[in-house]
Write a protein that binds this ligand. Structure first.
Ligand SMILES: *Cc1c(COP(=O)(O)O)cnc(C)c1O
Length: 228
């Protein structure tokens, strides 16, 4: 077995262990392999190990790899910052976007989503760390954006995503993820149907699973370090 397969299996064991520790079914936690900066050939190797869902941060990498691996059954998740002039290739290529953080981007993605494809599955990215991070919508503005996204015809609002400010401290990590969990509960009380909490990466996925992550986004621990 190759290294990538071993690391994917080790990651499933790590998810399983965390799920047991926090009393959750491991089947409720999906592994998204973050393949940014790694070539299509590396994704092909991971595909052969049964890993289907991949996260990309850069539009050109997303479209290049999607083209190279067309027909192989990959689910592509766009997880990087979305620029207003780059929405069309995302809307035409990805099945999921985790990083919708403003109305203009949501409207463009909906307008540009081809009729031949199912609706784009969307998470709203929320800023759970205040001043410490800039990406994601502020908590107070979230309900209005959720209303907008939920009403757009070619988007389907699935949940929330966050990238908290890095911390080595488990309780600090947990508090940030708890804010995202509470934000989801608040939107559910307002009548939204949200099944996804996209939170947790290589260094903090246990804390994310403790707070209810349904999808963890793992790059380094599967593919190794990145130069870019
Ligand atoms: C790079 C990235 C990840 C993966 O981070 P690792 O620490 O390499 O596991 C997850 N989510 C987003 C949004 C990223 O940009």
């Amino acid at each position: 077995m190759n290294d990538i397969c071993e690391r994917i299996q080790a990651m499933h064991r790590r998810i399983q262990t965390a799920a047991e520790r926090f009393g959750r079914p491991a089947a409720d936690i999906e592994l998204l392999a973050v393949s940014k900066t790694h070539p299509a050939q590396v994704v092909a190797t991971a595909l052969d190990c049964g890993q289907r869902a991949y996260g990309e941060n850069y539009v050109s990498e997303l479209t290049d790899k999607a083209r190279a691996l067309a027909g192989r059954g990959v689910t592509w998740h766009f997880i990087g910052p979305v620029q207003g002039n780059k929405t069309r290739p995302i809307a035409e290529t990805a099945q999921w976007v985790h990083s919708v953080d403003r109305e203009r981007i949501a409207r463009r993605l909906s307008d540009q989503r081809p009729e031949s494809l199912p609706p784009l599955q969307v998470c709203i990215q929320v800023n759970v760390s205040g001043e410490a991070t800039k990406s994601g919508i502020d908590m107070e503005a979230l309900p209005a954006l959720a209303e907008t996204v939920a009403a757009l015809p070619r988007l389907r609002l699935r949940g929330l995503m966050a990238i908290p400010a890095p911390s080595d401290d488990f309780d600090t990590q947990r508090r940030a993820f708890a804010r995202l969990r509470q934000a989801r509960e608040d939107l559910i009380r307002r009548g939204h149907t949200l099944d996804t909490l996209s939170m947790g990466m290589s260094d903090d996925l246990e804390a994310a699973i403790a707070e209810g992550a349904t999808l963890v986004r793992v790059g380094t621990a599967i593919f190794g370090g990145r130069s870019g």
